[in-house]
Design a protein around this ligand. Structure first.
Ligand SMILES: [Mn+2]
Length: 356
C-alpha cells in the first residue's frame, strides 16, 4: 500500500512534486481540469469551491503533454498513478444525453487511449450532473481549523442549474435561457450504463482502469438531479454493469462514511475483496448526511488504522491520497494541512504494511 498526493492543475509544479516527495509520497494523482479557483486553501463557501470554467483544451490531453507531465513527476522520483476527472468541456453531453454525446464519447476514447499509451494506470471520474455541491466552509475542525461542512437545513438553497453549466462549471458562455429540468436517478443510471458499455472495452484495451467516485454529498438528489452512488451497495450495481478490471472505484472513504447505510469496514472489505478499488481517498468525517463535517484524518468517525488493515487483509496494493483536509492556520494552510495528513498516513501505512 502506497502513499500519494492529489494535485489540482494549478498545483502541478516542480515545487509541489518536491513537497510530495519530501512528505514521503511515491505517487501523484493529477487533476487536469481547469477549474480550481482557490489559490491556497478553499474559498469561503463550497458554492465557490468548484465554481469555474471548463474550456475545451485538447492540448493537455494529448499523448505528448501527458508524457511531459509524467516525466516532470518521474524526475522528482514520483510515479504518475492517476488522472482525476474528465473535463465538463469534454463530456457534458455524455452526462446530459445531449446532441454532442456520440462525438464526446469518441473524444473520451481518444483521451483514454492517450492515457494508456503514456503509461498512466487509472482515470478517476464522477458521473454526476450537480457534482460536489452544498458545502459551507466553517472553522469547526480541531482547533478552529476551517473545513467543509454539510447541513441540508442550513446550507445554500437548492436552486436548479442554468443551461450551460454542469458540475458547478460553465462550459457554454452563450447558453439557451432557462434551467436543466430535473433528472431522475433511473435516467442517470441508464446514461452511466451506456457510457460504461462503450468506454470500458476501450479502457481494457488501453490498459487503463476507470475509477468511479461516489456522490459527494451522498444525497438521493442534489438541486433536483438524481444521484448514482449515494449508498455503499450502489457501488456494486455500478461494478455489475460491466464486470471488468477496467471498471473500478475511486474509493472515497469520507464520502462512503457520510452515507446512511452500511458499515465502513464491511464496505472496504466488500470492494477490496473483489479487487475493485483503483485508488483511495483517505479522509475522515464526523456525521452523516444530512449533516456532517470533514475533519482531520485522526479526529473523525472512521478508525483509519482499522480501515487500512481491511485493505491489507484483502491484498490491496494501490495508492492512498488525502483528498481534502482542513486548512491549518498559517501562511500555507493547504500545504500544512496536507503535510499533516501525509505524515499521519506515512506512519499508519508503515505500521500496517509491516504487520503479518
Ligand atoms: Mn473524494
Amino acid at each position: 500500500m502506497k502513499l500519494g498526493l492529489g494535485l489540482y492543475r494549478d498545483r502541478l509544479t516542480k515545487d509541489n512534486f518536491r513537497f510530495a516527495k519530501q512528505a514521503g509520497c511515491t505517487h501523484i494523482v493529477a487533476h487536469l481540469v481547469d477549474y480550481y479557483n482557490g489559490i491556497d486553501g478553499l474559498p469561503s463557501t463550497d458554492k465557490d469551491r468548484n465554481m469555474g470554467v471548463a474550456k475545451p483544451n485538447d492540448e493537455i490531453w494529448s499523448y505528448e503533454s501527458l508524457v511531459v507531465l509524467k516525466k516532470a513527476m518521474n524526475e522528482e522520483g514520483l510515479a504518475f498513478e492517476a488522472i482525476e476527472n474528465f473535463s465538463p468541456a469534454d463530456w457534458h453531453d455524455v452526462l446530459m444525453d445531449g446532441p454532442k454525446r456520440n462525438e464526446q464519447i469518441e473524444h473520451l476514447k481518444t483521451i483514454i487511449r492517450n492515457v494508456g499509451k503514456a503509461g498512466i494506470p487509472i482515470i478517476g471520474y464522477n458521473f454526476s450532473i450537480a457534482g460536489v455541491w452544498g458545502h459551507v466552509n466553517r472553522p469547526v475542525a480541531r482547533g478552529g481549523a476551517v473545513t467543509a461542512t454539510f447541513n441540508l437545513q442550513e446550507g445554500p438553497e437548492e436552486t436548479p442549474i442554468p443551461y450551460g453549466q454542469i458540475w458547478n462549471m460553465t462550459y457554454d458562455f452563450n447558453p439557451p435561457q432557462g434551467f436543466i429540468p430535473p433528472i431522475s436517478s433511473e435516467e442517470l443510471w441508464e446514461r452511466l450504463e451506456r457510457f460504461l458499455k462503450e468506454i470500458v472495452p476501450v479502457a481494457e484495451e488501453a490498459g487503463v482502469k476507470l475509477a468511479a467516485h461516489p456522490d459527494d454529498p451522498p444525497m438521493p438528489t442534489v438541486r433536483g438531479y438524481g444521484r448514482l452512488v449515494n449508498q455503499p451497495q450502489l457501488y456494486q450495481k455500478l461494478l455489475d454493469i460491466v464486470p471488468s478490471s477496467s471498471n473500478a472505484l475511486e474509493f472515497c472513504l469520507g464520502t462512503l462514511q457520510e452515507m446512511t447505510d452500511g458499515d465502513i469496514y464491511d464496505t472496504i472489505d466488500q470492494y477490496s475483496r473483489q479487487n475493485a478499488v483503483g485508488y483511495v481517498h483517505f479522509r475522515n468525517v464526523k456525521g452523516k448526511v444530512p449533516r456532517y463535517q470533514e475533519v482531520f484524518v485522526d479526529e473523525g468517525d472512521i478508525d483509519m488504522i482499522r480501515a487500512l488493515r481491511v485493505f491489507k487483509k484483502n491484498g490491496f496494493d494501490g495508492v492512498f491520497i488525502p483528498d481534502h483536509t482542513p486548512q491549518m492556520t498559517c501562511k500555507a494552510p493547504w500545504h500544512a494541512g496536507m503535510a499533516y495528513a501525509l505524515g499521519y498516513m506515512k506512519a499508519a501505512l508503515a505500521i500496517v504494511n509491516q504487520e503479518q
